[in-house]
Design a protein around this ligand. Structure first.
Ligand code: PEP
Ligand code: MN
Length: 348
């Protein structure tokens, strides 16, 4: 259930309500909004307790949450959760763009690409150091060496870093270097990993599973929230359907749907959704038109030589063109893209 506190309820009252809820066997999650605080109380539903809790000092009303996901439901929080990463606010009034290579391959490749995406206006840098590859014989990523290169690229460009963690054993290591922990499509229902990243103290970018329904995806987000972390960014990256012409089928309807169902920000990754660089620009435009809070785009300084996902990677000039076009769509939907500070990248 959700316990809605009165506007201006004292923090002591919030604490007392939380204590009472815990005595009654609920796990409590306070969510501090602009207008008021609500407390998500997770436990067995007992209708007889609704009135008891509603009568506690400072409580305005108690609302049972009927959906299976609770903490991430729009019902518990009217305003969209905005997640601050560096200077970017994901879920705020502006579109945020995350760009970079599929995998970190070398210092030269990463720094060249990072500087190019920064120059074109990207707000965050992506790059995998631990890669979830279909084949065990494919390039698996540079591991910690890749994380160090990402930290170096962050220093050179000022861009915060998003990188994937594929295993519970690596969460602490990856969290030491990353600004945002990515949980990939293949791990969306790795519940232990979701719990671990929920406790790592960093925002989490949760990709939609290859064949996950929207409800399963939100339940995965609920695992992270229930572990104590509400800083979750959802990322639609295409799903498997009967259509095989492209790598996946981008489910753009998930964007406005999730805006109704959840208060979490939602971004779109048209690169993995299609696997084809020619599809990335039109679908990036469409994603922003559909109301996405941001984009994740794969960019490589030399896609023909990429160790993974070359066919879907944009060159730096193609990415600059995308930023230009997306900027115009963003203005139309009144969610502009903030220009990066005019300072150029520091040379190292
Ligand atoms: C990625 O973003 O590097 C990635 C592997 O994507 P996905 O999990 O969506 O396949
Ligand atoms: Mn990739």
């Amino acid at each position: 259930m959700i316990v809605v506190m009165q506007r201006g309820a004292a923090s002591r009252e919030v604490q007392q309500v939380e204590e009472r809820l815990r005595e009654l066997g609920f796990a409590t999650h306070p969510i501090v909004g602009v207008e008021r605080t609500v407390i998500g109380a997770i436990g067995d539903r007992r209708d007889d307790l609704l009135e008891l809790v509603a009568n506690l000092p400072g409580v305005e009303r108690v609302v049972p949450v009927l959906r299976p996901y609770k903490l991430v439901a729009r019902e518990v929080k009217e305003e969209t959760t905005a997640i601050k990463v560096g200077k970017a606010l994901i879920g705020g009034s502006e579109v945020v763009v995350i760009a970079g290579p599929c995998a970190v391959e070398s210092e030269m490749q990463l720094l060249t690409t990072a500087k190019a995406v920064k120059e074109a206006g990207a707000h965050l840098l992506r790059g995998g150091a631990f890669k979830p590859r279909t084949s065990p014989y494919s390039f698996q990523g540079l591991g910690e060496e890749g994380l160090k290169l990402l930290a170096q690229a962050r220093e050179a460009t000022g861009l915060p870093v998003v990188t994937e963690v594929v295993d519970t054993r690596d969460v602490e290591l990856v969290a030491r270097y990353a600004d945002v922990l990515q949980v990939g499509a293949r791990n969306m229902q790795n519940f232990r990993l979701l719990q671990e990243v929920g406790q790592a103290g960093k925002p989490v970018l949760l990709k939609r599973g290859l064949a996950a329904t929207v409800e399963e995806w939100l339940m995965a987000a609920e695992y992270i929230a229930a572990a104590g972390n509400q800083q979750i960014i959802l990322c639609e990256r295409g799903i498997r359907t009967y259509e095989t012409s492209l790598r996946n089928t981008l489910d753009l309807s998930a964007v406005p749907l999730l805006k109704e169902l959840s208060h979490l920000p939602i971004i779109v990754d048209p690169s993995h959704a299609t696997g084809n660089q020619r599809m990335v620009l039109p679908l990036a435009r469409a994603s922003i038109a559909a109301g996405a809070d941001g984009l994740m785009i794969e960019v490589h300084s030399d896609p023909a030589r990429a160790l993974s996902d070359g066919p879907q990677s944009l060159t730096p000039p193609q990415f600059a063109q995308l930023m230009e076009e997306v900027r115009q769509v963003a203005l139309v939907v009144r969610k502009p893209i903030r220009a990066q500070a005019a300072t150029s990248c520091q040379a190292r």
